[in-house]
Ligand binder design. Structure first.
Ligand SMILES: Cc1cc2nc3c(=O)[nH]c(=O)nc-3n(C[C@H](O)[C@H](O)[C@H](O)COP(=O)(O)OP(=O)(O)OC[C@H]3O[C@@H](n4cnc5c(N)ncnc54)[C@H](O)[C@@H]3O)c2cc1C
Length: 433
């Protein structure tokens, strides 16, 4: 097997590293070029849905490892402004999935992926300080990634295929779709942080409280400390504003003072929850607009394909951005098992995912599973005594079932689906260039 012509992966985030681990598992040499100088545990909470946890288990991650970076999610609940439940359902194993759902610290999970990549493929697998600025399709059927180091020096890396996993501001996507519209902002602003506090309800509940234009979401992303009972609680405070003039701040993600936004939640105090206290006890808070990108008709340009946020940056309302990046990596791997390290594999991957996931982007824009809050808001302004009078249980259940089917985490379908990549499957040596 020649290893001179690896698959090049632009971006060593969640999608890029899940791709590297998958390719290694199926016997395909690869190399990752990552822009940052140093891997650091950045970000706050994300959810790994059962469809993604299944793939992580198939990649050899253990529950004990995931328990070090997060906690199994037990419940998902929506609560109205009066503190009354609108909807709740069990999650993960309790919901009948064969795999748990995990609420994890994005940065710690990312570090775990990086550690595994280096352990399995070697320290040379991930090149830091290496920003991919574009690509060139070569006459000999290979592709070159144009790479710029932090010191300004540049070089070209030659590979059999290029996977653009370089996130929402993807340079690979910008070259593939030069006419794509700018980032789309619908008007919602999120302030995020983590606070050590006692978990409520099931002990590992995701709670979305408020209306679709003004809400707080919170959930634990660590097991509670046995001594204190305190867990790391991830919270996202969110307000929708007028977006007529576009996003005016200089960056997409910046640290802000608690005082900049806490007034939006001044009176959000119930006997079971004190939102201002939760926010005030955080070490730091970050502001970012809720942004996504308009879907594109294809994620592929011959030997180049997009993956993760580069392919389908979406609103986090469905908690599936990170999960989908992992699933993308596995479906790409399965396509290579079937078609080899070829443009046909990229075409099969694109054919399978681009259409349905583009629909999911638009569905999340329409509030995703939080759409139930829109319905409640429209029907009663968000305040009610008995939710059944506003939206009957069957309607609530049908709404959520529709979302889960679209997002690929319908229970029966997932439980009965064969593994995306059968255990021991390898790409035929002849097709590895
Ligand atoms: C620092 C950071 C913090 C985040 N925090 C959160 C969070 O708290 N909550 C949440 O829901 N989501 C967060 N996200 C987004 C979330 O990780 C993604 O939506 C999801 O995991 C999809 O993963 P991805 O690998 O496609 O993208 P990302 O995780 O964004 O990874 C993209 C990677 O590509 C690198 N990169 C970018 N451009 C280039 C380039 N031109 N060449 C080479 N490398 C490049 C980036 O440094 C990054 O490591 C964060 C992303 C980042 C990068």
């Amino acid at each position: 097997m020649r290893t001179r012509n690896p698959v090049i992966i632009a971006g060593g985030g969640i999608g890029g590293l899940a791709t590297a681990l998958t390719l290694h598992q199926i016997g395909v040499p690869c190399v990752v070029f990552e822009a940052v100088r140093e891997m650091r545990p950045l970000g706050v909470g994300i959810n790994l849905q059962p469809n993604a946890v299944r793939e992580l288990y198939d990649l050899g991650f253990t529950a004990a490892e995931l328990d070090r970076v997060g906690v199994p999610a037990l419940e998902w609940a929506l609560v109205g402004l009066n503190g009354n439940d609108i909807y709740s359902e069990p999650r993960g194993l309790l919901a009948g999935y064969n795999w748990p759902q995990y609420a994890v610290h994005r940065g710690l999970f990312h570090m775990l992926l990086h550690q595994k990549t280096v352990e399995r493929i070697g320290p040379e697998a991930v090149h830091l300080s290496s920003r991919v600025t574009g690509y060139r399709k070569n006459g000999d059927g290979s592709v070159s990634a144009l790479v710029e180091h932090a010191d300004g020096s540049t070089f070209e890396a030659h590979g059999a295929l290029l996977i653009g996993a370089d996130g929402i501001h993807s340079a690979v996507r910008a070259q593939m779709h030069p006419a794509q519209p700018p980032i789309h902002w619908g008007g919602a602003v999120m302030w995020r942080g983590t606070t050590l506090a006692k978990p409520i309800r099931s002990g590992s509940s995701f709670v979305g409280l408020g209306t679709h234009r003004h809400r707080i979401v919170f959930y634990p992303i660590s097991h509670p400390d046995p001594q204190t009972g305190l867990a790391m609680i991830n919270w996202i405070a969110e307000v929708t504003m007028d977006n007529a003039e576009g996003w005016k701040q200089s960056g997409w993600f910046r640290q802000v003072g608690i005082g900049d936004f806490i007034h939006h939640f001044d009176h959000w105090i119930w006997d079971w929850l004190d939102v201002p206290a939760l926010i005030k006890q955080a070490d730091s808070a970050f502001e970012n607009p809720m942004i996504d990108r308009d879907p594109v008709p294809t994620w592929r340009d011959e030997r180049v394909a997009l993956l993760g946020d580069a392919a389908h940056a979406m609103y986090p309302t469905g908690s599936n951005g990170g999960s989908q990046a992992i699933v993308d990596a596995r479906i790409l791997g399965a396509a290579m098992v079937e078609h080899g390290v070829t443009p046909e594999a990229l075409a099969a991957y694109d054919e399978k995912l681009c259409g349905p996931i583009s629909q999911l982007i638009l569905r999340n824009r329409g509030a995703g599973p939080f759409g139930l809050l829109n319905i409640v808001d429209e029907r009663c302004g968000g305040t009610f005594d008995d939710i059944d009078d506003v939206i009957p249980p069957e309607e609530r259940t049908a709404f959520m079932a529709g979302y889960k089917a679209a997002a690929g985490f319908a229970v029966e379908k997932l439980n009965t689906a064969p593994p995306t990549i059968p255990a021991g499957a390898r790409v035929a040596a002849a097709s590895v260039m």
